[in-house]
Design a protein around this ligand. Structure first.
Ligand SMILES: CC(C)(COP(=O)(O)OP(=O)(O)OC[C@H]1O[C@@H](n2cnc3c(N)ncnc32)[C@H](O)[C@@H]1OP(=O)(O)O)[C@@H](O)C(=O)NCCC(=O)NCCS
Length: 139
């Protein structure tokens, strides 16, 4: 497995990965999410590929000057339990740390609580916060 920056030719494979992993939602256009990320810190959007260059994982991260954020972490169904998720998180943590980022945050949908154990296993803790959001652009 290799972790490398996302390339435009990965687009359809990455979107299929997100769909299979249950990460897409009708109100988020994944093509627009990718285009926006390519305009802001594109180096923090990476994919894991196998020896045949098949996309088997992804994570999209960013640093806002206060906190780092992680989104769209996914491992392909047939590549789970092999360390892809752990390697992607470690990659993002190292990249954020190199930017001086002191803390990483992420959000887990309430319908996806099973993944909390994965993050806790990697050292993440529930911050006991309420997450609020406001849409500024309708996709
Ligand atoms: C979460 C996800 C990325 C994990 O990827 P993965 O490649 O299977 O995970 P890894 O193989 O790297 O696992 C790393 C460690 O976490 C453990 N782990 C993996 N999934 C776990 C889970 N659901 N609960 C508890 N521990 C888990 C593994 O046993 C492994 O432990 P070890 O390294 O000490 O042996 C993957 O399950 C996935 O894509 N889920 C669907 C998408 C999703 O929910 N993303 C998060 C959105 S917030």
């Amino acid at each position: 497995m290799q972790i490398r920056p996302f390339r435009p030719e990965d687009t359809e494979a990455v979107i299929a990965l997100w769909q299979d992993a249950g990460l897409t939602r009708p109100w988020n256009d994944p093509h627009k999410d990718i285009a926006r990320k390519l305009a802001v810190q594109p180096e923090l959007f990476v994919v894991a590929v196998d020896e045949d260059e098949r996309v088997i994982g992804s994570v999209m991260a960013g640093y806002d000057g206060h906190r780092g954020w992680m989104n769209y972490l996914a491992a392909a169904d047939d590549a789970r339990g092999l360390g892809v998720g752990r390697a992607l998180v470690a990659h993002v943590e190292a990249a954020l740390l190199a930017l001086g980022c002191p803390k990483v945050n992420l959000q887990v949908r309430s319908t996806n609580s099973g993944v909390v154990d994965f993050y806790e296993h990697l050292g993440y803790r529930n911050d006991d916060t309420v997450s609020l959001g406001k849409r500024l652009i309708e996709d």
